[in-house]
Design a protein around this ligand. Sequence first.
Ligand code: C2O
Ligand code: CU
Length: 466
Amino acid sequence: MTITRRNLLTSAGAGALAATLPLQAFARGDGMIDLIAAPSGQRLYGADGPLSDLWTYNGRAPGPQIRVTRGERVRVRFTNNLDEPTSVHWHGVRIDNRMDGVAGLTQDPVMPGGSFDYDFVAPDAGTYWYHAHNRSWNQVARGLYGPLIVDEANGPVFDPARDLTLVIDDWRLDRDGAFDVASLGAMMDWSHAGRLGNWLTVNGEAEPQLTLRAGQAHRLRLINAANARVLEIDPNRFGAKVLAHDGQALPEPVAPDYAPLLLGPAQRVDLLVVPEPGGDFALEELSGNAPFAFARFTVEGEASARAPVPRLPAPDLPEPDLSGARTIGVEMTGGAMGRMGRVTYNGKVLRRGDFRRTGQVWAFNGVANLPREPLANIPRGETVVIETVNDTAFAHAMHVHGHHFRVIERSGTDLDDGRPWRDTFLIGAQQTVRIAFVADNPGKWLYHCHMLEHAAAGMNTWFEVA
Ligand code: C2O
Ligand code: CU
């Protein structure tokens, strides 16, 4: 992977002084939060750059940060002021199925001018996000996403002033430094690694500068909102430890012994940083041959007594019982340099050359998206193992709706270091990954690739829990 932000445009970039954190969403008197999707302009390539034509929630990408306490009710009055239908998905939340926001599966799309009230209880503390879930390859790429932070039941464990949300996006800018609308939907992206960009922003800003306090425990919540880019970062370079993956706390903070840490599309990682005086550092994207900083941190204050590091409560998720588990096999095929095999789409066998008409070039178990019949019908409360075999030439970021799972095995290796809870896992080319979870949430749930072009081009299935 090569990020070309340094060679696309060679001037020094924004040099922003003040860090922009996502705006906080404010509820009205009746507890309802207004969320409005509409076209809006935003300067991505610094303050002197051109305005990009984006689609955003409440006028800015990322949309407002919605922050609630675990167990609290979230009520959002969503209004669609776009020219096309849309819906809002609450990624990673073990939500009531009717509120999952999958247009065409759990709700009708919200038509232009229409509205929909989302109303759910946030069951787990952690770092989540929301995004459009209709033609997501288009709508998320244009900026329709925002952070959803759920504080621990007794209030935030970290000092809110030291608890920073960093929503990272990978934009494709054109030669002038504006959002490249013309290349949306490029077949090359659909059949290869998805829409990769050339410009990273954090909370909508290029290379922001944030200030941390020496000796204090900080929580950095990284959210990868990119359509397709797998970020590679190395927390060891600045002495950070991993607190949580996909919102779910690890038993204790861990210094990863693997480097770099991969953060796939839709994944989150919470980092613990206790900076030393003068220990300025940068978050760097290490993939490709020209690593570069995409956020900078200045450490203020003198050496002082180190504040104690707060402990996150353990996740409160149902433990899979592998002894009685049923295994569901998912074989991924297709894509460039891959084997497609016999694939059906809308009940018909796809032929060579159908790609231009259907856009379908990937499949799960020989079916391109979205099958009429579920991948599986699962009795509520059963433990399921999904064994995913990636017989393609690309990596994928697989997401299960409505549940968290443990990653139990990767190409024969037991992941004994915690078998982390996740809602999205990465799978490398030709790898096999097994995940396990208790299917305790009734309804129709998607299982799809979160590289959004791959999802649009066939990598989309669903299961039903009843
Ligand atoms: Cu984050 Cu089906 O989505
Ligand atoms: Cu994929």
